[in-house]
Design a protein around this ligand. Sequence first.
Ligand code: ZN
Length: 306
Amino acid sequence: MALEGLHHITAITADAPRNVDFYARLLGLRLVKKTVNFDQPDVYHLYYGDETGTPGSILTFFEFPSAAPGQTGDGEVHAIQWRVASGDAIAFWHHRLGEAGIATERDDRYLSFADPEGLTHELVVVDVADAPLVAQAPDVPAEHALLGFEGVRAYASAPSGSARLLERLGLQPAEPDGVWVAKGAERHAHLRYDAPPGPRGRQGAGSVHHIAWSVADDAELEAFREHAIEGGARPTPIIDRQYFHSVYFREPSGVLFELASRDIGFAYDEPQAELGRSLKLPPQYERNRAELEERLVTLPDPRAGA
Ligand code: ZN
């Protein structure tokens, strides 16, 4: 039993329509679920991913329309790393993002850029056995598409404080110092701690809210929950998130961890072909649908022409 890399990463946006345009049109991910924040149903929770929303490719956003811009600092994820296939893919994204007015930094095997709210992404060329997780976008050739997460980078002033918990969760130290890898049978992902540029950050628009590691099912959730307790964390009970079940706890360096199960998925409440097209609500909010649809801002349909 091992964590199968990352399940999803959740960040914050203050501008849901622009967020859809950036991730589903410009980056070519598929909007695989349009739902609400289960703890605050008058705002969106948007899920992007590969064609079916496979764990390892899922980037989600809570919409907080009035959120001030976040400030990354100690204890926070400051960059999301995605795999791409080749230096040609790096060149493709350098060109495509540049045309869209997005500043990039690059070398042959690496490209970094920020979304309109300042959330940093890095595209990296790595040779891995993990299956590529690709969405079909009309103007992003499959050979250049994002292939799922390579990992995340977080700021930590004393990352050794996280070691005991990470070890209990089965992550392994890797090179260079401060890098950990969750190595599953099928997928793996890296967590890299970097020295923070300053004091504690402030979460807001463009901040990563939490990262979720991938577990099989409730039995594994229970087992890893116990490992988390042994590692000194204080996990929540198992929570039903409709498309997966979850446990949350904060790791000592400050990053909010989630463990999320792979056994449910996004086809739970709409067919694969229709993923992300209509607003899906959990049963407890279905009776408020008319009111919620009225209050939520209208989003572009990234596959309107498909
Ligand atoms: Zn989550």
